[in-house]
Design a protein around this ligand. Structure first.
Ligand code: FES
Ligand code: FES
Length: 197
């Protein structure tokens, strides 16, 4: 997962729409254009707005959850330009032009993504609060393995990458489930990986 400090983000912020007089509390805003779940969205945001708050508070996409707001739980995981990311740890203005997928963009109740269907089949949740982040992370993890990106537990960097339980548990370790649905999440991801193979 990727995390960037607010100070670093402000240094690369795109065109600032509002000038901030020195020594005042006037918010500084910027226009940002994002493609969210296939739709182009134009926003004008306070530079300090996280990607998670942009989605939840400005686009009313509340599927991504705010668990800790500190990069520690993974409940806010979104897929940004093909990579999973903790949306609470990144500023929206850093993602000008990015393609963002939230849980709402993966599937719909009448047309579930295979990972959503597998979570239901294997009881990969209890309260469900961590689940949108788990599912977005799970989808991206299988893509990472398919792309040959190694993890801390990958023993042989030259061998074809396998979707093992150890790989899944290691790669999903940033997604915390207080209900302890981990074993069932591994089963769900293993099934989807098998389908994909
Ligand atoms: S809310 Fe982002 S990691 Fe917990
Ligand atoms: S299902 Fe409750 S926290 Fe994961």
């Amino acid at each position: 997962m990727v995390g960037v400090s607010a100070a670093a983000a402000l240094a690369v912020a795109p065109s600032v729409a509002g000038a901030k007089p020195a020594g005042t509390d006037t918010p500084v805003t910027a226009k940002v254009s994002l493609t969210v779940n296939g739709q182009r969205r134009e926003l004008e945001l306070d530079l300090r707005t996280s990607l998670l708050d942009a989605a939840r508070e400005h686009l009313h996409l509340t599927g991504s959850k705010k668990g800790c707001d500190h990069g520690q739980c993974g409940a806010c995981t979104m897929i940004v330009d093909g990579r999973r990311i903790n949306a609470c740890l990144t500023l929206a203005v850093m993602h000008q032009g990015s393609e963002i997928t939230t849980i709402e963009g993966l599937g719909q109740p009448e047309n579930l993504h295979p990972m959503q269907a597998a979570f239901i089949k294997h009881d990969g949740y209890q309260c469900g609060y961590c689940t949108p982040g788990q599912i977005c992370s799970g989808v991206a993890v299988l893509d990472e393995i398919k792309a040959g990106i190694p993890s801390h537990v990958t023993a042989d960097l030259n061998a074809p990458m396998q979707v093992t339980e150890a790989e899944i548990r290691e790669r999903m370790s940033g997604n915390i489930c207080r209900c302890g649905a981990y074993s069932n999440i591994v089963e769900a991801m293993t099934e989807v990986a098998g389908r994909k193979a």
